[in-house]
Design a binder for this molecule. Structure first.
Ligand SMILES: CC(C)(COP(=O)(O)OP(=O)(O)OC[C@H]1O[C@@H](n2cnc3c(N)ncnc32)[C@H](O)[C@@H]1OP(=O)(O)O)[C@@H](O)C(=O)NCCC(=O)NCCS
Length: 199
């Protein structure tokens, strides 16, 4: 398994995999050349060279992109797909995911996240610790739901949108694409594409 991004979200993804009992090989991809030769926790390699990354993918194509910024996450996700990667979900066994979700791929679901029935997650969403996503919520691709945020269903959140820590999204609200919702903000009206909403 490849974790793309050796930053904070990458380490959280690693912790989830280990906690879930994952025991196949795990390596990190990161473009920061200063991380060459470093290992995470003296154990997990970081591959920074592009050709080495491509070669590694031929051997083991399964990957998750663990980069917080939605646009950067999508850029990297699409590149790794072009290189032959196969996206997987990383879902903490401590998350509370109700059945009847529509199929999704490349998503991270952290511990204590609660996801209700009828939810649609787009590709490569990052669902952080302690957040809740209510029934019939529809997320676009590369959406971030921050720690402790509450998205009350039904509502729609467009692709590349970022819901910060502790925000509350009310039912029947539509948030456009590339929108940014600030921390602890209550969203009680529609938010346009590219809008920053601080309440
Ligand atoms: C929106 C955000 C990025 C702004 O940060 P910033 O650029 O440093 O902005 P500042 O703190 O300088 O604040 C600028 C103005 O916006 C206001 N503001 C900033 N964040 C706000 C918020 N969450 N709610 C209400 N007002 C906010 C400030 O009060 C300030 O207003 P003023 O100009 O009238 O004094 C930041 O507050 C935020 O919400 N970050 C989210 C982090 C997060 O959730 N990370 C998730 C990790 S998984």
């Amino acid at each position: 398994m490849i974790i793309v991004g050796a930053g904070a979200l990458g380490l959280e993804t690693l912790a989830i995999l280990l906690d879930n009992g994952y025991n196949d090989e795990i390596v990190f991809f990161d473009d920061d050349k200063q991380k060459t030769q470093q290992k995470i926790f003296d154990k997990f390699d970081i591959i920074t060279d592009k050709n080495e990354q491509i070669n590694y993918l031929h051997k083991n194509p399964y990957f998750i992109v663990s980069i917080g910024h939605p646009r950067l996450r999508s850029k990297k996700y699409n590149l790794i797909i072009q290189w032959g990667g196969i996206p997987v979900n990383v879902i903490s066994k401590k998350a509370h995911v109700f059945p009847f979700l529509q199929p999704f791929e490349g998503c991270i679901i952290e511990p204590s996240a609660g996801i209700s029935h009828g939810v649609k997650l787009g590709t490569s969403c990052a669902i952080h610790i302690n957040c809740t996503i209510g029934h019939q919520v529809q997320l676009g691709n590369f959406v971030n739901i921050g720690p402790g945020a509450n998205v009350v269903g039904p509502c729609n959140i467009g692709s590349y949108s970022y819901i910060s820590v502790g925000a509350v999204v009310h039912p029947h609200v539509t948030i456009g694409n590339n929108a940014f919702i600030g921390s602890n903000v209550v969203v009680n009206r529609d938010v346009a594409d590219f809008e920053t909403f601080l309440g």
